[in-house]
Every structure is written in C-alpha cells, then in structure tokens.
Design a protein around this ligand. Structure first.
Ligand code: GZL
Length: 324
C-alpha cells in the first residue's frame, strides 16, 4: 500500500512539473511568437472630424481594422492637442502593442512620446508629422505637403498668366500641412502674383467662408485668385464669393488641396479650378507598418503616400470612382 501511494505522489509531482513547464513553454513561446493582425492591439489618437478629408481618413483607419481583425482603440480629440496627449497616455496605460496618431500641430509631443518609448510601445505618425527626435517614432506615413504646395503654386501660375493679387486660406496654425503648403506654394509662385492677405480658416468650411467674407470686404474685386490649403475651406469660400456677387472659378480662380468629393462637385459646377490630391486612405499602409514595427522591423523614417492633381475636364468622369 505504501509503495502504491508513493508511486501516486511521484506521478502527481511528475505531471505537475510537466504541466507547468509545458505551460511556461507555451507562455514563453507566446511571448516570443510574432504578432499577427488577429492579435494586434492598436491605440489610435485621431485629430478630430474637421473636414471631409478627416472623415475619410477615420473611415479608412476603422474599416481596415475591421477587415484585418485588429483590436482598435480609437479616440477623436476634437482638434485639441491636450486630448490627443491624454489618449496616448491611456493607450500606454492599457499597454497596447502600437500607437498611431496624427499630430494636430508639429510641436509639444516629446514628453508623451518619450513615455511611450519608455513603455516599449512603438509609435507611428500618420498623416501629419511632429517635430520630435527620430528615436521617438517608428516611422511617419504621410504626404509630402511641401510638394502639394509647389504643385498648387504651379497651377495658380497657369490660371493667372498675367499675375495679380490673390488671397490665401491657411490650414490649422502650427500644423505640418499648413506650414509646408504655405512654404511650398511660395517656392513656385510666379513673381507677377502677389499674396495680399493670408489668414487661417483652420481647415473647416465655416471658417473658410468667414475669412473669405473678410477678404472680400477689405479687397473686393481686386482679388483675382484664392489659394486654399484644403477643399473644405475652398468650398466655404466659394459660398462667400457667390454671396458677394462674384463668380468663383471665373472672377476669382481657386486652387485647393485634398481632392475630396466636394471638390469634384465644385469643379463640375465650374466653381473650383484645380484640386491637388492628398490621400486620406492610409489604413492599409498603417496596419502593415504597425505589425512590422511590433515584430521588431526597423522602418524607414518616412513612407510617402502617392498623389495626383485633378482638373474640371475629368471631374464628372472620375467622380463615381472617388473613394472619399
Ligand atoms: C492633410 C491633413 C489635412 C487635410 C485637411 O494630410 O492633415 O487635415 O488637408 C485635414 O482637410 O483637415
């Protein structure tokens, strides 16, 4: 009897050790195992919902997560940097695998991105970039805003071969697209074109209209051109120009950026002359980069998105296939 009970104890001890070790082997292998899309946990701190472009960008981030089976935690900061920082801190506390965010402005991110680095969580900047040391982010996925500005300047030169006085609707003050589109345009703008006023419309239709109303009050039909940093502000300005009694696209030539659906409709109506594309459909590229970062791959400092320029003569034909 004694031998039997001793055998049972030895066998129980054996299975307990094997059970634990295999468990620990499993957990060890889990830890070492590469992440897949199906078990990837992403925290995304979005800017807000200020424009058609942003709406399409958010849809791409959310719908792609759904398609890939990614566990996405998403926040809308209503264009407030403090809300984005709070969201990033909450993702750090939740110990997500990777953090994505579109910095509303270029500065003020170093502290929170250092916290993410200290927590071992890779950060990917999407759409807009922040002015931080290279070691604080895995990569930047987004457009070449300076090039978008250069393209816009060339288009304005073509629309105003005789030159003239134009006004500018600037994007969100301090944001990378506003800073870069501002400088890029001035690199290519012809000498016979003069920017007589430049104010921020914060990338929204409402403020674009408001600022254009003030421009028209101050300068009236002296204005022969408008450069808008995004289509939403241009569409707001078009309303102001019509209410003032001038013909947008005819009396005042208009060049804007984004190439959202509303811009194609304005071009079809002859009220917008050119829109320079800025692609918001960044979801697929973002998750591909996120998984590679989490699995330890060194990523390039910048992954640029591909873009084009669109004109009224093709607007009707292209509108049905536009995804945003
Ligand atoms: C550009 C993006 C800008 C768009 C605006 O990549 O950050 O913000 O041009 C949007 O429409 O509000």
């Amino acid at each position: 009897m004694r031998k039997l009970s001793l055998l049972v104890v030895v066998m129980m001890a054996f299975f307990m050790i094997v059970g634990c070790s295999s468990g620990s082997d499993e957990s060890a292998s889990d830890d070492a195992a590469e992440k897949t899309m199906e078990n990837l946990v992403v925290g995304y701190a979005q800017i807000g919902a200020e424009s058609e472009w942003r709406t399409a960008n958010t849809a791409s981030i959310k719908e792609t997560a759904e398609e890939l089976g990614v566990d996405l935690k998403f926040s809308d900061a209503q264009q407030k940097q403090e809300n984005q920082i709070a969201a990033i801190r909450s993702y750090i506390a939740e110990d997500v695998d990777v953090i994505g965010f579109s910095p509303v402005v270029e500065t003020g991110w170093e502290t929170v991105l250092q916290e993410a680095k200290d927590a071992g969580i890779p950060v990917i900047m999407v759409d807009r970039r922040a002015d931080v040391p290279r070691e604080l982010y895995a990569t930047y996925l987004g457009s070449d805003f300076v090039e978008e500005g250069r393209k816009a300047g060339n288009e304005m030169n073509t629309l105003l071969p005789e030159g003239g006085k134009i006004v500018e609707l600037v994007g969100t003050v301090g944001s990378a697209p506003a800073n870069d589109r501002y400088s890029g345009f001035r690199e290519t703008m012809a000498d016979n074109i003069e920017i007589i006023d430049s104010q921020s419309g914060d990338f929204t239709r409402a403020q674009g209209k408001e600022v254009m109303e003030a421009f028209l009050k101050n300068y009236g039909d002296e204005i022969v051109g408008l450069y808008a940093h995004n289509d939403d502000m241009a569409i707001g300005a078009i309303q102001a120009i019509e209410e003032f009694g001038l013909q947008p696209g005819v009396d005042i030539k208009i060049v804007s950026i984004d190439a959202v659906r509303g811009a194609f409709e304005a071009m079809i109506d002859g009220k917008l002359n050119v829109t320079v594309e800025c692609n918001p459909l960044l979801g697929p590229q973002f998750y591909d980069l996120a998984l590679r970062a989490v699995n330890g791959e060194e990523l390039p400092e910048w992954v640029p998105s591909e873009e084009s320029v669109y004109y009224p003569d093709k607007a009707e034909e292209l509108l049905p296939e536009r995804q945003y």
